[in-house]
Design a binder for this molecule. Structure first.
Ligand SMILES: Cc1cc2nc3c(=O)[nH]c(=O)nc-3n(C[C@H](O)[C@H](O)[C@H](O)COP(=O)(O)OP(=O)(O)OC[C@H]3O[C@@H](n4cnc5c(N)ncnc54)[C@H](O)[C@@H]3O)c2cc1C
Length: 383
């Protein structure tokens, strides 16, 4: 369930070496998946959509698996079925959830109607079009854009918007709104200071300690009554659990994420697996909901599924303690943080671009001939 960062590796492994005991069905809300690490670059116009997207239907065909496009809405582990939004049921012997996460606060008044969210991440394509339309619109007045969310994604998207306005020459009022005391919570003060300097240089205002009460068609209203005019509002407030597991009887954490053991198996049902944002490790419950973890969990998940089918010993996943974080500032530079190192530089951007393109090549270059003859021998053709 879900064709995102954590499940791509399942498809890849099945393409490279199909397991004779596994008949795979991929169910995903969209037939394409977009790599979130490159989304800010896409919004800024650095990448084309084709460079950041995976064709799930094609990868699925390549893996000899069935592909169903649709949205899972609930799971019944006693009958071993997942219910879809259109009323259909998908049966399983084993099921793995990699459906990602929704966005915190997205049920607040007006968010669904008047703000752009990028979950599922493919919505970034429509957001890019809206941003271009606003930046190219003629008129004497400044374009007003508000990014709600002062974490890494909010800062990258604000920088991308600034780059688009800069390129079209349209004057703008750009604001980041956050409900915390600082931007980039969880990062070091040095990294935060750097990020503030970058945003100030782009004339992006930062409004902190501000709680949004409502998004209106042309403004963002705060809980203290203040109103920020906005022609385009982007909602990037961090992850929240989908309601998919509610009422299923499966063990969940307090936030509603599926609780899994070190083999990425539900702690309450050995036939249910979970990885990426939608799952919480019971042994490491504070692991960030970030793509780097979702990607690292993919190979463990595959081993775990195979071990369950073969009734051999299960793998054990231990999440890394820290990870390299590189924020694209959309000006040919990036802000890098790793352990004690902080750098805002061109080389950080080049490093990010190289890592991201390498990730895409790994999945985009999986044998296309297999699409024409699904029964043929499958090997990797990474170019
Ligand atoms: C703008 C932005 C930038 C980011 N940049 C980074 C970064 O640089 N580094 C980093 O580590 N993290 C980053 N993240 C976070 C990262 O995107 C997530 O942590 C990661 O995508 C989680 O992977 P996943 O496999 O759990 O889910 P996803 O990759 O989100 O995949 C979920 C999949 O499930 C499908 N799906 C969703 N709901 C259903 C349903 N009900 N039924 C069926 N299918 C469904 C979706 O269509 C999708 O295919 C960023 C997030 C955003 C919003």
């Amino acid at each position: 369930m879900g064709g995102g960062h954590s499940h791509l590796e399942i498809l890849r492994r099945h393409i490279l070496k199909p397991h004779p005991g596994i008949s795979l069905t991929l169910v995903s809300a969209a037939s394409k998946h977009h790599y979130s690490g490159m989304v800010p670059g896409f919004l800024a116009g650095t990448y084309r959509e084709a460079e950041i997207a995976f064709d799930l239907a094609a990868l699925s065909a390549s893996a000899g698996s069935r592909f169903l496009e649709g949205q899972a809405v609930s799971v019944d582990p006693t009958r071993r079925v997942v219910r879809m939004a259109d009323g259909e049921e998908v049966g399983y012997d084993l099921v793995s959830f990699g459906v990602g996460s929704s966005t915190r606060g997205s049920s607040l008044p007006g968010v669904q109607e008047h703000a752009w969210t990028v979950k599922p991440i493919g919505r970034a394509v429509a957001l890019r079009a809206a941003l271009m339309e606003l930046a190219s619109r003629s008129g004497g007045e400044a374009a007003r854009a508000v990014v709600v969310g002062s974490g890494a994604a909010g800062i990258e998207v604000a920088c991308a918007a600034a780059a688009v306005f800069h390129r079209t020459g349209r004057s703008r009022e750009l604001t980041i709104v956050g409900d915390g005391k600082e931007i980039l919570e969880g990062y070091s003060p040095r990294m935060r200071r750097r990020a503030v300097r970058v945003l100030e240089a782009k004339q992006c205002s930062i409004l902190l300690g501000a709680r949004v009460a409502e998004v209106r068609p042309d403004s963002v209203r705060l809980s203290d009554g203040r109103e920020i005019p906005s022609d385009l509002t982007v909602w990037l407030t961090g992850p929240a659990a989908y309601g998919l597991f509610e009422g299923s009887g499966l063990a969940l954490d307090k936030r509603g994420y599926l609780l899994v053991d070190d083999a990425l198996r539900s702690v309450s049902d050995g036939r249910v697996f979970g990885a990426g944002d939608c799952a919480t490790l019971s042994s490491h419950p504070h692991t960030p909901k970030a793509g780097v973890y979702a990607v690292r969990e993919g190979p463990v998940l595959w081993k775990s599924l195979v071990a369950t089918v073969e009734e051999t010993s299960l793998p054990r996943y231990v999440p890394q303690g820290d990870f390299l974080s590189i924020l694209n500032t959309a000006d040919g530079r990036a802000l890098l943080r790793y352990r004690g190192i902080v750098s805002g530089s061109r080389w950080a951007w080049r490093l990010k671009d190289r890592i991201d393109r390498h990730f895409m090549r790994k999945y985009q270059t999986l044998e296309p001939e297999a699409l024409l003859s699904p029964g043929s021998k499958r090997t990797s053709t990474a170019r």
